[in-house]
Design a protein around this ligand. Sequence first.
Ligand code: OOG
Ligand code: MG
Length: 252
Amino acid sequence: MNLDLIAKTLAHARRERKLLKPFTDENPNFSLEEGYRVQHILREEAEKSGEVVVGYKMGLTSRAKQIDVGVYQAIQGFLTESMSLTKGGAVPFEKFGQPRFEPEVAVILSETVEGPQTLSTIRSLVSFIGPAVEILDSRYEGYRFKLPDVVADNTSAAGFVLGSSNWLNQIEESRLFGVRVVKNGECVATGAPAATFGDPLLSVVELLKILDRPLEAGQVILTGGLTAAPYLQRNDFIEVVWPGETISFQCT
Ligand code: OOG
Ligand code: MG
């Protein structure tokens, strides 16, 4: 397997908004570890071209998401500054190929940590925990992929919007806060943070088991989609409604 070639093919497809067949179709031996090596190459290329990594995302941490894409293991990707979108702003459809979106919980820690940590350590270091929306965009036709493919494609990371509510003083209760996903006035999904391993902070615990470098203070962690991800179409108006805060955006 030529991992540099896979990275180049993915980067080119992303730039040109071209869709690919999953690499595992022709290379069933393409492994998860090789998928992460490809992601690493893409990260280095992004950083070389001036992109700044602002955090990480966990994927496939809820049953709803695992069933949605038919992949049953949590995975990790990186987030860059240019993926950050503004709440209430416009999401330009032409930036993406086949965008989808999902409600998530975002976490920020007050200290840098590296390697496996306990849930109670993570809980004691949280400086922000609150609502977010992730925008996904897969390089693979129809979101059909196996684990190594989607890991190589930086776990479909394309954009994210952070909310402004900080649930720090309600960490326990917030696990059962309800979220409604509303597309053009119609509720298309509902969920709660507990969909992520029972507690979104467990997603941070999982991240630290697989991350090959420090998780820095202030970096954003998207802990994983809480519902199946609806597709985003041109002109869609999206509202992700949490207690006390609605994250909305218009797809243009
Ligand atoms: C893979 C990424 C999954 C999540 O939150 O579960 C993900 C995909 O569905 O394209 O971001
Ligand atoms: Mg996600």
